[in-house]
Ligand binder design. Sequence first.
Ligand code: ARG
Length: 408
Amino acid sequence: MAKAKCVLAYSGGLDTSVAIQWLRENRDLDVIALAVDVGQERQDLEVVREKALRIGAIESLVKDVREEYVAEFLSKALAANALYENKYPLLSAMSRPIIVKHLVQEAHRAGARYIAHGCTGKGNDQVRFEVGIAALDPEIEVIAPVREWDLCTREAEMEYAAEHGIPVPTTKESPYSIDDNLWGRAIECGALEDPWMEPPIDIYTMTSDARGDACDAPEYVEISFEQGLPVALGGELTSFHDIIVKMNDLAGRHGFGRIDMIENRLIGVKSREVYEVPGALTLIQAHKALEDLCLERDLLHYKLGIEQKWAELVYDGMWYSPLKEALDGFIATTQKLVTGDVRLRFYKGSCVVVGRHSPYSLYDYNLATYDAADTFDHHAAKGFITLWGLPTKVWARQRRKTGKEGEV
Ligand code: ARG
């Protein structure tokens, strides 16, 4: 009888390679390996594909989803200026839902009842995989080999791999856990587990050191947006994808885009995270600057709260949820007139907005100026303040009457 099938989210690393064998041996499954290209640092994905076959996958696929990742996922993150805990641009949280989408698609194509991933029991990514899969197909069963197997130490895992003819890393492995894609790079573990310790300089690959090899001269860049999406760089029409790639490079060269933070994981643990997100931070900063110009005050203020909730939902694995979908609707409405240009200056680890311009700008020179051109009605301010401050005045009088003066 044919064996049941399982689609495995495959990276080519030790964990997911061992998982292929483990799923065959312990669950008697046929494994279909799927590697998804979301713009991670160039590794030869053809080599990754063949490796899965050599280890025993019955089928091995590589899917380049970069364009879709930008169009359907990162565009929403930018519109939401998404920063978890006001700092982290969600790079890992963003890539999991698109990987999930393709895992489920493959499972349907191949008639597989199972999907497996290589996450441990301690992180956020397991939640993102499993809740995402449940949302897209509640009948699929998820297997998390790394959470189940007894290969607790790296040595035990290497031994298991050697026994089964699975290629083990020959070079000395990095002590860090790295995850990366177009939206940036996350670095965890190793020496970083001591929150007091400054991150070693050699962990960075996308950003120069602002004190060292960053460019010596300042550089100006102009980014143009249309309805909230970046469409041109320096006046030249370019795809959003290429703008991300170019800004990763340019901002990175100037040493901009490093984050060192303590983060609250969904599973309840605080962890020390280091990120390199030069392009993401640049684009969010520029996009916010344009919104400051184009969004009416109440809408802008309300959106700030929505942005925070959006980031939390996505961080917590709720990409495919009714609330996140509804918030997307709100955010999309806000972007209709976010069109214009933003000028930035990069220099030695900094990125500063130095200019903004829009055909939909709500900035009114005549209202803002202190020069002769001033059209603002200064007399109207008097009546406004009288009524604005009226409740405070009533409260203060009452307080005085009851002898409660000085107590707030
Ligand atoms: N802490 C970040 C998050 O949960 C980054 C996770 C990186 N993942 C990894 N497998 N190293 O989104």
